[in-house]
Design a protein around this ligand. Structure first.
Ligand SMILES: C[S@@+](CC[C@H](N)C(=O)[O-])C[C@H]1O[C@@H](n2cnc3c(N)ncnc32)[C@H](O)[C@@H]1O
Length: 218
């Protein structure tokens, strides 16, 4: 066997120009790999969701989770995270005493990952992750709601929350604020920032229950 062969081949590769066809092949291969990852790992479950409502998975940062929980301080009862991803907010909420703590997530891989995280944290069966479309769930009994979704869907979500949530509900939005609502508290800076909204204080809130707001608007 000629020991110099691999070195020669390497040297040839180093000096050889890729050429247009080579560049096209690399670009096509990369594009295909990214597309396969998107379809296979990140997009399943979204086939029936209109394109304009599809929100990619980006996990909340540690500081963001901390800010969200800080805005939920003093609240009790259950909590739902709309678009729960790998379940970190739901898990943290359970650890802060919220029960039931429920996450709604369309991507089945993320639902499984969230369940694994709950099992690893010793909370298997204590928190709940449901593979459901957040646009189709009934929110009329939810008092504590967290969301971290794209700005493009927040005005539509505003309407759903206004129509369905009870007066004494508190909504905490991570990273992106609701476009037309007045927050009662804000926590953190930059991408870690979170906004708390009292439902009763929001314009066009349709629920007529006679309850006092939990915090004044800022
Ligand atoms: C930006 S990530 C936030 C994940 C998690 N809440 C967190 O804070 O780490 C948004 C999540 O919402 C999910 N999602 C988007 N549209 C959804 C829908 N219609 N129903 C349920 N989940 C949805 C995505 O799959 C993604 O995991």
């Amino acid at each position: 066997m000629d020991d110099d062969m691999p070195n020669e081949a390497l040297a040839e590769l180093r000096t050889k120009h890729l050429g247009v066809w080579g560049v096209v092949q690399i670009a096509a291969g990369t594009g295909l790999a990214v597309y396969a990852m998107w379809v296979g790992l990140l997009q399943p479950g979204f086939r029936k969701v209109p394109l304009k409502l599809q929100v990619p998975y980006i996990p909340a940062s540690k500081a963001q989770v901390k800010n969200v929980m800080s805005l939920m301080r003093g609240r009790t009862g259950g909590l739902v995270d709309l678009g729960s991803g790998d379940g970190r907010i739901v898990l943290e909420a359970y650890q802060h005493g919220f029960a039931p703590a429920v996450g709604y997530e369309l991507n089945p891989w993320l639902v499984q990952l969230a369940r694994f995280h709950a099992w690893r944290a010793g909370h298997h069966g204590k928190v709940s992750y449901r593979q459901e479309d957040l646009w189709k769930i009934d929110l009329s009994k939810c008092k504590n709601v967290t969301v971290f979704l794209a700005p493009s869907v927040l005005s539509l979500l505003q309407k759903k929350l206004q129509d369905e949530l009870p007066n004494d509900a508190l909504v905490v939005a991570g990273r992106f604020p609701f476009p037309d609502w007045n927050p009662c508290r804000i926590e953190g800076h930059g991408v870690d920032r979170a906004w708390a909204y009292n439902m009763q204080a929001q314009p066009h809130h349709t629920s007529q229950k006679n309850q006092k707001p939990q915090c004044k608007t800022v």
